[in-house]
Design a protein. Sequence first.
Length: 447
Amino acid sequence: MLDHVKIYSVSQLCRETRLMLEGHFLTLNIEGEISNLSCPASGHIYFTLKDQSAQVQCAMFRIQRRKLGFNPSNGLQVQIKARVSLYEARGNFQLIVEQMEAAGDGLLRQQFEALKRKLENEGLYDNTHKKPLPVLASRVGVITSASGAALHDILSVLKARFPLLDVLIYPVTVQGELAKQEIIDTLSIANQRKDCDVIILARGGGSLEDFQAFNEEQVARAIYQSNIPIVSAIGHEVDFTIADFVADCRAPTPSAAAEMISPDQFEYLSQLKQQKTRLIALHANTSTAKQVHLNQLERALNRAHPGMQLQMHAQRLDDYHLRLQFLLSKTIEQKKARLSKLYSQLLSQQATQKIHLYQQRLTSLQHRLTASITQQTSSTQLRFKRAHEALNTLSPLATLSRGYSISQRASDGSFLVNAQQVRIGETINIKLSSGSLLANVEETYEH
């Protein structure tokens, strides 16, 4: 037996150890990674805080947890303010966490999420603000590191797909302290110069810290304010930055961005060949239709042409003339046959006296007809003579024969009736009874 030695119970030992730890260390600031996170219904959280060599159990009660601006998760690097203590029921050494904030990548991730929510609430990601990419750009701007693999990938894809596409390279630093301002300044310069139709903002893969320049609020607003469509191509397919959300289009890789803004030359050539074939066929069909229409118009014009009408009427006149000759000949033959028949009948009837009588009557009728024709001819000749004399009286030629003349403007042949119609120096044509004169006006008179 141990005489005069204090014997502790397990509870006493744990209690005194706790009091000693809490009295000695007070409050400490510790950094580590969260693991084995447990979130029971009580609202408290329990987790292990570890580094590469050691770990310690931690507890954060509901009151302190409510003050957090983020949700802790496994793998998150944090800085905590905690008291050293002991959980007496199990005798476990632990930290009672009073404050917690993200650190390292965790802090960057927290800042990323906060900025992402802020810009989303402002509407910077809305599709209504996204500018369409050009169907066929004449020049592509590339903002990236001049020595990075991203530029090499973009140029290789563009050369293979569409070698005629011009590329304008804007070299910038894509990580580090200078990267943010260089990207902002380059976007401003590209918009001022308007040298390109679309911009690829690119860099290769990396960590969240490497992408920090593309997660800056000022860079995001510069992308949003750009008048030139921007395709973001940052990192790999699983990597997302604030620039990806604000850009007009996001490509999973730099190579994919180059494919997105460039047409396939072989597909383009194939489309051109198809268009050429359709154009040739359309031209042939149109030419054929136009030729048919032209032939129709030519036939219609020929039918309506005065010469064709005259030919048609001349042919119709010839036809009428032939038909008239035929009818006259037939009528004459019929009359001769009838006359011959009648004459035979008269001879057979011994109608000599009647024939003599008819001959006298015929002679009388001939005299009367001759006298009537002579009288009508004389009357007609008299009327013609009077009309001819009246016409000569009204004819300008008769006026000219009496010493008058007719004046015309030499430029357009219009007749002159007063002196105000001509100007001094103007040439006029004076027509006389015999011949004409070409004269220059030197002076005019008013009567």
